[in-house]
Write a protein that binds this ligand. Structure first.
Ligand code: AMP
Length: 220
């Protein structure tokens, strides 16, 4: 089973993907996470994506697609039942590339879930977001503060603001979402795989609906 989570930055895709993946034996393919770890490791890939990332611009499609294709090869190995995609595809070219990459492995997109959250809530979530520089745990200054200021509850690492969570980059990313990613909804809708979930609710409620959505056939 392969599931796409679609929604603007801050809609909770990463949080929900982390919760869903282990329940259904899925690997999480989050291109943003893959780019962040490439940058942290100082690899050539990391250096080549940094200038796009820091500006809140999209990394070129060929680079993004090759990173994803590599991860698809683990589906079917060691009990991996499929993938849940977070932050990919981000435009029509990537969606078409994903279809091709899945088809060549006799796989397909089974569910597309849109997480719907109003823009003012997104801006608030993103501007207060802090992440652990060591383990990647995510906090919010107001809604989910760490026990001690700027220190990760999990590993004691320093909490930082993502380079692309600045006001300018947030605006650019939300604009890119509505221009390039939102049209994907029309791409998937005719296939009967698309469902919408209200993402402006507590994490557990969103999670419950998401699980129900992928257990029942999308077009039932
Ligand atoms: P995210 O963690 O999903 O918000 O992604 C952070 C940044 O990584 C984006 O602003 C882009 O610079 C880059 N990125 C992540 N996913 C993609 C993608 N599918 N296509 C192009 N760039 C991406």
């Amino acid at each position: 089973m392969n599931i796409l989570l679609i929604g603007p930055q801050g809609s909770g895709k990463g949080t929900q993907a982390d919760l869903l993946a282990p329940k259904f034996n899925l690997i999480k393919i989050a291109t943003g996470d893959l780019f962040r770890s490439a940058m942290a490791s100082g690899s050539q890939l990391g250096e080549s994506v940094r200038r796009y990332y820091d500006q809140g611009e999209l990394v070129p499609d060929d680079v993004t697609l090759s990173v994803v294709a590599e991860r698809l090869d683990s589906i079917g190995e060691d009990g991996v039942a499929g993938a849940i995609f977070d932050g990919f595809p981000r435009n029509l070219a990537q969606a078409a590339g994903l279809d091709e990459a899945l088809a060549s492995r006799t796989l397909r997109v089974d569910h597309v879930i849109e997480l719907v959250v109003p823009e003012d809530v997104l801006v608030n979530r993103l501007s207060g977001r802090r992440v652990c520089s060591k383990c990647g745990a995510v906090y919010h200054t107001e809604f989910q503060p760490p026990r001690s200021e700027n220190v990760c509850d999990v590993c004691g690492g320093e909490l930082i603001q993502r380079a692309d969570d600045t006001p300018d980059a947030i605006q650019r990313r939300l604009k890119l979402y509505s221009e390039q990613t939102a049209p994907l909804l029309d791409y998937y809708r005719p296939r009967g795989v698309l469902q919408q979930i209200d993402g402006n609710r507590p994490i557990e409620e969103v999670q419950r609906d998401l699980e129900a959505a992928v257990v029942e056939p999308a077009n039932a």
